[in-house]
Design a protein around this ligand. Structure first.
Ligand code: NAG
Ligand code: NAG
Ligand code: NAG
Ligand code: NAG
Ligand code: NAG
Ligand code: NAG
Ligand code: NAG
Ligand code: NAG
Length: 430
């Protein structure tokens, strides 16, 4: 009997996990993802709590990067009770923050939080998030709050589902991951106490650019996070002069519709920025190299690292010091970008993580460059992704020419993928 019951539990779990994977996958492929737009926060929480009960330990390990705090102390900070409350007189705007439970990384999560804050501001409402006590969403918000407290303190967190009664729903996810959906409807339907915007990703600056200065201020790290970053960023004393940060994204980007970083672009663009911008001024230059695949990064910069012992992470070439940055958590890396990166090169154009590093770089004052091509060839991403709605307007797109020179282009000239002609053997939806 008991084993029959366990089999049922396993079956139900597998079905739910498959379902979550399926809808996450669907969101990548269909511009009108009706399922996502119809998800109610309470339903999301139901799925999430089942799935996450299984992997909450792993989640914690993700945060347990280096630091002076023991795991136990970190856990206590993460699980600290979140403030709650809803005032009757206030009007609220809510988003389900779907990428949190569907497995999105820090970049995806911050995009949704930024959209929540931007849309709330535009609709003259208070940002509200429904999270059951102890839910994944609550933990994720707590984890962001541990590093960037002011950002999360803008949000009213509630755990009583009754709050969702009489909510007006507005579908906002109608053009894919990275396109803006106008919010007139949201502004018009503003008589109810709670308006809930349904959808996922919200990866467009148009949702929040009007509050960019506030977002930058709210992304001030906590004392804990600043300490932790200082401790973990062991190479910090080597950093001198003007700093160029390069981010490369490989890994899962090799299997998705987003273009992964290319070695030829990364090499040429780094040289181009150093020559055109940094060498104009005298004094030392530091290049900080960030990637989720450091051995690929080392290979890409083999011209620089070729004579070095494999274990060496930094190399001096003339007045330029190259440092491969290792051993930093996702949050610590954002803080390093905020403090150090005067210039930023995004080599995987659609990486939301590189985006958030660049957004923060030098408190928003960095010169930011990004690779032209954002999609892998012949897929549908270009329908969901308009560089003008994604990248900040003052960031500079760079094109790699056939002779491997780099040239700056305007946003209107951006081509989604390197080759424009379609091969006859491949299907369009790769
Ligand atoms: C990562 O950082 C921690 C603490 O700073 C240190 O103990 C550990 O040795 C580092 N790991 C590597 C691979 O450098
Ligand atoms: C919207 O943001 C602006 C600029 O940050 C701020 O002055 C204003 O008070 C905000 N409005 C609301 C309703 O939050
Ligand atoms: C939330 O859950 C924790 C741990 O289960 C518990 O200690 C705490 O009292 C709960 N808080 C509320 C407001 O229910
Ligand atoms: C929802 O509307 C009903 C009827 O107008 C009202 O009695 C109830 O208090 C409302 N619920 C909330 C949470 O505002
Ligand atoms: C309702 O929306 C209109 C714009 O459509 C705006 O002028 C007004 O301030 C909003 N009122 C409230 C209470 O949110
Ligand atoms: C941060 O570091 C300073 C100096 O080492 C220390 O006094 C302070 O207590 C630390 N704060 C936190 C929150 O860890
Ligand atoms: C370099 O790393 C390898 C393993 O990754 C280790 O066996 C070797 O001792 C290291 N060499 C130096 C000089 O640290
Ligand atoms: C850069 O590298 C990619 C991948 O290897 C290749 O498809 C592309 O043609 C190269 N671009 C140039 C200009 O050589």
């Amino acid at each position: 009997m008991a084993s029959g019951e366990s089999i049922w539990k396993v079956l139900v779990f597998v079905v739910i996990v498959t379902y979550v994977c399926y809808i996450t996958e669907i969101s990548n492929f269909y511009p009108d993802w009706n399922f996502a737009t119809n998800l109610r926060p309470s339903f999301i929480d139901k799925i999430a709590s089942v799935v996450r009960a299984e992997d909450s330990r792993e989640e914690i390990e993700m945060t347990a990067a280096s630091g002076e705090l023991s795991n136990k102390e970190r856990l206590e900070l993460i699980y600290k009770e979140l403030p709650e409350g809803r005032e009757k007189s206030k009007r609220y705007f809510s988003l389900p923050l779907t990428t949190t439970w569907s497995g999105g990384g820090v970049g995806n999560q911050l995009f949704e939080v930024f959209a929540l804050l931007g849309l709330s501001n535009s609709s003259h409402r208070t940002p509200l998030v429904f999270q059951k006590n102890g839910s994944v969403l609550g933990k994720m918000l707590a984890r962001i709050r541990l590093h960037f407290p002011a950002l999360i303190e803008q949000i009213t967190l509630v755990s009583n589902p009754a709050i969702l009664e009489n909510t007006t729903d507005v579908a906002l996810h109608r053009k894919g991951c990275c396109r803006y959906w106008p919010i007139d409807e949201l502004l018009e339907k503003n008589t109810s106490a709670v308006v809930s915007g349904r959808g996922i990703y919200f990866q467009s600056h148009l949702y929040w650019i009007h509050i960019r200065p506030s977002l930058l201020k709210w992304m001030t790290p906590s004392e804990f996070a600043a300490n932790e970053t200082k401790y973990a960023f062991r190479e910090r004393d080597l950093v001198e002069g003007q700093v160029l940060c390069v981010h490369a994204r490989r890994g899962n980007f090799l299997h998705t519709r987003q273009a992964a970083s290319e070695a030829n672009f990364t090499q040429s663009a780094t040289k181009y920025i150093i020559k055109k911008y940094l060498k104009k001024k005298p004094g030392p230059i530091t290049v900080l190299l960030f990637s989720n695949d450091l051995s690929w990064m080392r290979e890409t910069y083999s011209e620089i690292y070729r004579n070095k012992n494999d274990n060496e992470s930094f190399v001096q070439v003339g007045n330029v010091l190259y440092i491969l940055v290792d051993n930093l958590s996702a949050f610590n890396t954002l803080i390093v970008a905020k403090d150090y990166c005067d210039n930023f090169l995004i080599t995987a154009a659609a990486s939301t993580y590189a985006y958030m590093m660049s957004f923060l770089a030098k408190n928003g004052r960095a010169k930011v460059f990004y690779a032209e091509h954002f999609a892998t060839p012949y897929n549908t991403l270009p329908r969901h992704f308009n560089p003008k709605e994604f990248h900040l307007p003052h960031w500079i797109p760079l094109r790699l020419l056939d002779n491997l020179d780099i040239t700056q282009i305007s946003r209107d000239e951006i081509q989604p993928w390197a080759t424009t002609s379609r091969p006859t053997t491949k299907k369009a939806n790769g």
